[in-house]
Design a binder for this molecule. Structure first.
Ligand code: SF4
Length: 476
């Protein structure tokens, strides 16, 4: 990718919400023209070019501001395959420039009041605050390393507003009594089991009730998916409440895709007040993975890492994003998705570490069929000295047919090696073969460092799930 990237952008061009005076309009027009020509600037007004190796992140269809999503590949974006993943390109260039570690910082969501306005104005204002002479001296009279350090500090003050204060430091949960039995199990070091339930597309709980009942005593938590594949179903919130009633511990998934920061914080408070304390925060599948007519595709208010940061602040500091103090702070076990097969392990582990730093307490991975690549990811975490700091629950699923295997292969972030496809295609009973492949995978995963549990996915039949658990000797 060349230094200048004026090509098409996914995010819309942003315009100011407020009436601007003449000089501001001129400033904005100049910035739009200059930065637009060079970097395809959309005038988000919250510029990160300095940190993102001079590649504008607003070219990401999901509007992510903290690294590649779980579907990113070195070849293309998972939403629009005609273009590269912009975050992969950012990481690659930052790597070449020796600035990869800078991407560990948790960047804030857009301040929408600034969209369409000049980001350079923030720079002039900051220079004026520091004093022009002092700033010029700092640039001219310092050694290169001091200059870089001062420069970084200067821009950090601009990109990290008071209401966010993101950094690259770990923010682990303070000592507390476990918020749920699931957390208790994780803390005790138990090898935990979770499974996933996709809410049905119906308006009663009859099918769910029996599923929940059958799971009592078999798993430590049941994930309720939130608009998986960008398709609406019964609200996961309602299903989580039902799970509590049925004696099953719910893990409430919350996708950033369908929320603004306002509704997200409201949902967090509502969940904790209702006794739902296990949450799993994800960005969510892009709306174009769902069915037509498609919903708005180009505006995302925040991403998964920002949601982790907001949830942790709400829980540990008792403050909302706007600084209001919450009475009776909410209690959460914060989980997130890990994507071992996205982009490159070297880059994806930075995103994993960033989630840990932001406040994640456990990970559930995407489906694992390619063990060597998963081990590569664990090794990359180990090299960053973060393996074992947060429990990882490895995602597995039994393949039921060749068609299912081929479909899973098309999903972003899932890698199924050819030898697995061949085994299923040659088998007389593909479902039984898929079951055996899954058992073998669980057996190998059980002994890997950092893996403290299994997350069973894509299983609609509880009998199949119980058979897997029993035959892997995981039923306690
Ligand atoms: S692959 Fe994901 S992170 Fe990369 S540009 Fe596409 S949506 Fe954004």
């Amino acid at each position: 990718m060349s230094l200048f990237t004026p090509s098409r952008r996914w995010q819309p061009p942003f315009y100011p919400f407020k009436k601007r005076n003449f000089s501001e309009k001129i400033e904005e027009a100049l910035e739009r023209t200059f930065k637009g020509l060079l970097w395809g600037c959309r005038m988000c007004g919250n510029c990160l070019l300095q940190e993102t190796a001079f590649i504008c992140p607003m070219a990401c269809p999901k509007g992510l501001r903290n690294g590649p999503c779980g579907g990113s590949t070195p070849e293309h974006c998972c939403v629009d395959e005609t273009r590269p993943c912009i975050w992969y390109e950012i990481f690659r260039r930052a790597d070449r420039m020796g600035r990869l570690e800078k991407l560990l910082e948790v960047f804030p969501p857009l301040d929408w009041d600034k969209t369409g306005t000049s980001a350079l104005r923030d720079v002039y204002t900051k220079i004026a605050d520091h004093g022009f002479i002092k700033t010029a001296n700092a640039v001219v009279r310092s050694s290169p390393s001091q200059r870089n350090e001062k420069w970084d500090r200067f821009f950090k003050e601009i990109r990290q507003p008071e209401w966010w204060h993101g950094d690259a430091q770990p923010h682990f949960a303070p000592a507390h009594t476990p918020v749920s039995q699931f957390e208790q199990a994780l803390i005790s070091g138990k090898f935990v089991l979770t499974c996933e339930i996709t809410p049905p597309n119906m308006c009663d709980f009859s099918s769910l009730d029996s599923k929940f009942q059958e799971l009592v005593g078999w798993v430590d938590g049941v994930n309720i998916t939130d608009g998986a594949s960008a398709v609406p179903r019964i609200s996961p919130f309602a299903c989580a409440l039902r799970a509590l009633d049925m004696g099953v511990e719910p893990v409430l998934q919350m996708a950033a895709r369908d929320r603004t920061r306002l509704s997200f914080q409201a949902d967090l408070l509502g969940a904790s007040a209702s006794g739902i304390h296990n949450i799993l925060l994800i960005t969510g599948d892009h709306p174009n993975k769902g069915n037509p007519p498609f919903s708005k595709m180009d505006i995302w208010d925040f991403d998964s890492i920002q949601s982790i940061w907001m949830a942790r602040k709400l829980r540990d500091e008792g403050t909302c994003l706007d600084g209001r103090v919450v009475k009776n702070q909410p209690r959460f076990l914060i989980g997130a998705a890990a994507s071992p097969f996205a982009s490159l392990p070297k880059y994806q582990t930075i995103r994993t570490e960033k989630k840990m730093n932001a406040g994640v307490q456990y990970f559930q991975t995407n489906l694992i069929f390619d063990l060597p690549r998963f081990e590569e990811y664990l090794e990359a975490l180990d090299q960053r000295s973060v393996l074992g700091k947060v429990p990882i629950l490895a995602g597995v699923a039994p393949i039921k047919s060749l068609r299912m295997a081929q479909f899973l292969r098309t999903l972003p972030g899932i890698v199924i090696p050819d030898h697995v496809i061949e085994r299923v295609s040659r088998a007389k009973d593909p479902a039984e073969e898929g079951h055996q492949i899954c058992l073998e995978m669980v057996e190998k995963l059980k002994s890997l460092p950092g893996v403290q549990g299994i997350h069973f996915m894509a299983i609609t039949d509880n009998t199949a799930l119980k058979r897997l658990i029993t035959e892997s000797n995981l039923h306690s």
